[in-house]
Design a protein around this ligand. Structure first.
Ligand code: NAP
Length: 523
């Protein structure tokens, strides 16, 4: 029996190298509700042999056409034979809208199938567009929604008992467009493919989506298909409703962000309703503007707040100012917003990096007592200067692009040095705000090894890896050290406090981070 009323977790079986029984058992053990048999890829003889095990879960039969992302190139009659062969064991069958439109034979078969409703599998009419949109294109969200609505109009005249529409996401806009049309008269499956499509695959669960696909084995059946345990345990899709608070990280790229891992785990540990998603937003003003308008309207999604990361921290600040929203003093001092918080009047822009820097320096036991050397002049360098307050006057900024160091030094009343002179600097504190030493080039140093011991405390803002080469050399030279991981954890904890009025469970973020997440991940 198919459970009704909640979004089903469907696992496509496409791998013909691994025994189907093993794939089916793995899917079942991991909590799948339904198996999709991709008959365009699987051997029918192997499927028939595995039926006793496959039938432990409801089955969806699909013979996907080549021009819709599958391997099937045969005649409609052969396809219908294949569907007929397994129809007695299935709960659903999938037929492409385009095929239904061009083949009388398929139309008759579908009409017959639906006429015998109750004794035969139910009909899903599907449409897939594998073309990847250009992220630089403007107006994508409205255009995608209009395209989906046109397809739904074509579906209206079919006997479909459920409608499936799948497009490719360049960024979160296609996900938002998919979610906007998920509810209809018939059950719907509206999903966006690619890494940026994840929000559609998760949030569909709280918006009446009939099912969402996940993989337990191999590459799955479409780009961006998440692992089943990720949907179940990280995004807790069984608990999602239309009222579940939505949070996320706005950035580009965000695929490897650690933030969904740590924030979702904290929400789960606290038993709190909420889901935190990677929200990829293409690096241009129109994309940011469109997504902020849509997310922050409040009527479509109960957005509680967002993290903001590169390259959008200054863009979000400008957007808040242009829309008369509140920007905190800390964020204004940094010239960047890394947190959006829902408040009764609208939105407040905050910057938790300042607190993160202060936490890292406090953990190292740094006390202001001499010259400070800052390497880098980007967003994090700004947060460090804001956190140093009046001590910023003792800072010398060294940056590869000298003009950026000069710009920053005039904003904070410090001085700029030549990048080539950084090895000669000495004093109480050295802060690395460049990306030199970050995974995967983790063996690199941002300054000559022999000069590192000239600083009392060394703070590396990088946190992948947690123990950078710079910190290792500094420890060896007898310096105190401060890690970017402490900064990252402290700033994330502050974000959570702003969103929920209460911090995450004690030690939650460190536990999650030490529990083995991808080393290539970033904020
Ligand atoms: P950003 O605005 O892009 O700035 C990057 C800085 O690194 C610039 O000063 C850039 O110099 C310099 N740089 C990059 N590659 C270089 C190279 N090969 N040689 C010399 N200089 C180089 O980035 P950001 O947001 O400030 O982030 C900087 C670092 O902070 C990141 O790598 C990240 O690891 C870390 N971070 C930590 C946290 C945390 O919570 N711990 C949060 C965010 C970021 P130019 O101006 O010459 O390009």
């Amino acid at each position: 029996m198919i459970p009704s009323g909640r979004c089903l977790l469907a696992v496509p079986l496409t791998d013909h190298h691994t025994p189907l029984e093993r794939q089916a058992r793995a899917a079942r053990e991991q909590g799948a509700d339904l198996l999709e048999l991709r008959l365009d890829r699987l051997d029918p003889v192997a499927v028939a042999a595995a039926l006793p095990v496959l039938r432990d879960l409801p089955l969806l039969l699909t013979v996907r056409e080549r021009d819709e992302g599958g391997d099937w190139q045969g005649l409609p009659a052969r396809k219908l034979d294949l569907l007929e062969r397994f129809a007695p064991y299935a709960a659903w069958v999938d037929v492409e809208l385009a095929l239904w439109e061009r083949s009388d034979e398929v139309r008759d078969w579908c009409a017959n199938l639906v006429a015998q409703s109750g004794t035969r599998p139910r009909l899903i009419m599907s449409w897939h567009d594998f073309r990847e949109p250009d992220p630089a294109a403007t107006g994508r969200m409205a255009a995608t929604q209009a395209r989906l609505e046109q397809v739904l109009e074509r579906m209206r005249v079919t006997p479909a008992e459920a409608e499936k529409l799948v497009c490719y996401a360049a960024d979160v806009q296609e996900s938002l467009a998919a979610l906007a049309v998920t509810r209809g008269e018939r059950p719907r499956i509206v999903l966006a493919m690619g890494p940026a499509g994840l929000p559609s695959r998760v949030l569909t669960a709280g918006r009446g989506g009939l099912l969402t696909f996940a993989k337990v084995h191999g590459a799955g059946s479409a780009p961006g298909q998440p692992d089943l345990d990720e949907l179940r345990d990280v995004y807790r899709i069984a608990h999602l409703t239309a009222r579940t608070p939505v949070l996320g990280v706005i950035g580009w790229p965000v695929t490897h962000s650690l933030s969904p891992w740590i924030h979702n785990r904290a929400l789960a540990e606290q038993g709190r309703a909420g889901v935190y998603l990677p929200l990829a937003v293409a690096p241009h003003a129109e994309a940011l503007d469109t997504v902020l308008e849509e997310l922050l309207r409040g009527d479509r999604f109960p957005v509680r707040g967002c993290s903001v990361t590169l390259p959008h921290k200054t863009g979000v600040l400008a957007w808040l100012e242009a829309h008369d929203q509140h920007v905190s003093e800390g964020a204004a001092a940094c010239g960047a917003v890394n947190t959006l918080v829902r408040v009764p009047e609208g939105w407040r822009g905050e910057n938790s990096d300042v607190l993160g820097v202060q936490a890292a320096l406090a953990e190292a036991g740094w006390r202001a007592d001499g010259p400070i050397t800052l390497l880098g002049a980007g967003g994090v360098a700004r947060a460090v200067l804001a956190a140093l307050g009046s001590e910023a006057a003792r800072v010398t900024i060294f940056n590869r692009t000298r003009s950026r160091a000069e710009e920053l030094s005039s904003a904070f009343g410090c001085v700029a040095g030549a990048w080539s002179d950084r090895g000669a600097a000495r004093g109480s504190l050295l802060v690395n705000c460049t990306s030199i030493g970050m995974y995967p080039r983790a063996d690199e140093l941002p300054l000559p090894a022999e000069s590192i011991g000239q600083h009392g405390t060394v703070f590396d803002t990088i946190y992948t890896p947690a123990r950078t080469q710079l910190l290792r050399v500094a420890e060896g030279a007898g310096c105190r050290t401060a890690s970017g991981l402490t900064m990252f954890v402290a700033q994330a904890e502050q974000q959570y406090r702003w969103w929920f009025g209460q911090g995450p469970p004690r030690g939650s973020y460190r536990r999650t981070l030490s529990g083995g997440v991808s080393p290539g991940a970033n904020a």
